[in-house]
Design a protein around this ligand. Structure first.
Ligand code: FE
Ligand code: CA
Length: 525
């Protein structure tokens, strides 16, 4: 049965008023089915206050996720310290009449009563619906989709990508609109939470301190996941998630804190272990991504038939420390250190093998930080680069771009988050030579909310574009990016919202680009 997102957004728990109920009052809790929940200490409180999610689709299934947390902002989520059985169903219809898979999972206190079920045995390239129940309470119904069969010639992929959703600085209006889109999947590129205390610009302050411990991180995820618009976007379609720095700590690199004097290596790895564990507990990830201590294997590949392959990277866990000095500095020899790496040797080998072995028409490189060389100075001799980005790891960046060129990798498209602004860039192997032919394009998506209400400064924009010929578009509003991919053409729409400091922001398409297969150039539509 074909489905439209209207079905989903028309559900009673997804009203406009529901989205607008902000603050830490946990509006979502009140919207979910109110039934007696008697199997834990949390009597009468709905346990599914954090919603549901699906992720990492395959041709025969996907992961479905939930977490029992009747009082999400308490450590432990308001659950007792005993395991709880959770029933789940997967059906071919939204009303759950045609159930094709069902089972019981155990939500254990060791994993914050989260539930990750890997569904298999489904048919490729179709929608399914799923729901969890326990103790007489039912979760919201989520929707998920299997990928086309391996080797199938899929004709169209529609997806959105997003990043950077600092809770307190704005409403998730972008997700409210995303939840009404017709999408096969959503890619999240990092900064799902922010670890610090309230931002000075808070429009919905949370009142919590910086997070360090496992309990802290769990409460922070619960706060973010209590947002009804975020829950709606998760219920819409499967997500493919990766992380950036703020899931642990700003600008960290591998085992090194931004300010190494504040944490020993051991202390930082203990913090990272807590952060990674809480990340897994709250994301629709497969068992293969289950963390062990401070390690969580996150880089992976997903093939959308022969149309597109997602190469999902992790540029934080295996990074060497950023070059010494200020974060924004002149692009001197320090960025050329051949030992500096964002990917680490093992992931880089995997990535190159993944690209070389791909038979996909489009190779989507889903990663965190801007790959284009951007001179961020608006005056003075320049160039000034931001060394937390690929510009600080120039040797490895050139290696990747030359690999794309020399191995003739088909239609590489880099998708990026992190910097709270929209960019459309052409990537060549020599950014200093404006005549060097591009080997890939890059779309950098703005934040959902981080940075607060975004305002463009025309003078700044003009200087930026003048200094950086590889940049074809830049904008500072909030929103997400929508992509439609066919064998012949890629289309990107930069979807922005008019305001996130109030909850009725409108949706705009600020700019659209086309990329023809075989020609890594941006054409503005
Ligand atoms: Fe961010
Ligand atoms: Ca970041």
């Amino acid at each position: 049965m074909p489905s439209s997102p209207t079905n989903l957004s028309g559900a009673s728990w997804l009203t406009r008023r529901a989205f607008c109920a902000g603050g830490v009052a946990l509006a979502a809790t009140a919207l979910l089915p109110r039934r007696v929940f008697a199997t834990t200490a949390a009597d009468s409180v709905p346990p599914f206050a954090l919603g549901v999610a699906s992720g990492d689709p395959a041709p025969d299934g996907f992961v479905i996720w939930t977490r029992l947390a009747p009082r999400p902002l308490e450590p432990g989520g308001g659950m007792s310290s005993t395991p709880v059985g959770v029933e789940w169903v997967v059906a071919e219809d939204e009303a759950l009449r045609h159930v094709v898979r069902r089972g019981t999972a155990t939500a254990s206190p060791e994993w914050a009563h989260s539930v990750h079920v890997e569904i298999d045995g489904l048919r490729p390239d179709r929608w399914y619906w799923y729901r969890f129940t326990t103790g007489g309470a039912a979760s919201a119904v989520g929707r998920a989709r299997t990928l086309p069969a391996a080797g199938a010639t899929a004709q169209r992929l529609r997806f959105a990508f997003a990043s950077c959703q600092k809770y307190e600085v704005g409403y998730y209006t972008a997700y409210e609109h995303m939840a009404r889109e017709d999408l096969d999947l959503v890619v999240f590129l990092g900064d799902y939470i922010y670890e610090k205390d309230d931002d000075d610009e808070a429009v919905r302050p949370h009142g919590f301190r910086e997070v360090f411990t496992l309990d802290d991180y769990r409460v922070r995820y619960a706060l973010y996941k209590s947002d009804p618009a975020l829950q709606a976007a998760h219920a819409l379609a499967p997500w493919i998630v990766t992380w950036d720095d703020h899931e642990v700590s700003n600008d960290y690199a591998g085992a090194v804190h931004q300010f190494p004097e504040r944490h020993t290596r051991e202390e930082f790895l203990a913090r990272r272990a807590a952060a990674y564990r809480a990340y897994y507990e709250h994301m629709p990830l497969r068992r293969s991504a289950r963390p062990a201590g401070p390690d969580l294997p996150l880089y992976r590949r997903l093939a959308y038939g022969t149309l597109a392959t997602f190469h999902v990277l992790d540029t934080r866990q295996y990074r060497t420390d950023q070059p010494a000095g200020p974060r924004r500095q002149s692009a001197g020899p320090q960025v050329l250190d051949p030992a500096a790496t964002m990917l680490g040797a093992e992931q880089r080998r995997w990535f190159f093998d993944s690209l070389a072995g791909s038979r996909a028409r489009w190779n989507i490189i889903a990663q965190q930080v801007i790959m284009a060389q951007v001179d961020v100075s608006t005056a003075g001799p320049g160039p000034i680069v931001d060394v937390d980005k690929w510009a600080g790891y120039e040797h490895e960046r050139r290696e990747i771009l030359r690999f794309l060129r020399d191995r003739r990798i088909a239609n590489p498209v880099v998708i990026t988050g992190d910097i709270h602004s929209n960019w459309a860039n052409e990537l060549s192997t020599d950014f200093d030579d404006p005549a060097a032919p591009p080997v890939a394009v890059e779309f950098v998506g703005t934040s959902i909310s981080s940075g607060g209400h975004g305002v463009d400064r025309p003078d700044h924009l003009d200087a930026l574009l003048a200094r950086n010929p590889c940049v074809k578009f830049h904008n500072n509003e909030r929103g997400y990016v929508r992509c439609e991919v066919t064998p012949e053409e890629w289309r990107t729409d930069f979807r922005t919202v008019s305001d996130i400091t109030r909850c009725d922001g409108r949706l705009l398409t600020r700019a659209s680009f086309r990329v023809a297969a075989g020609q890594p150039r941006l054409q503005r539509i």
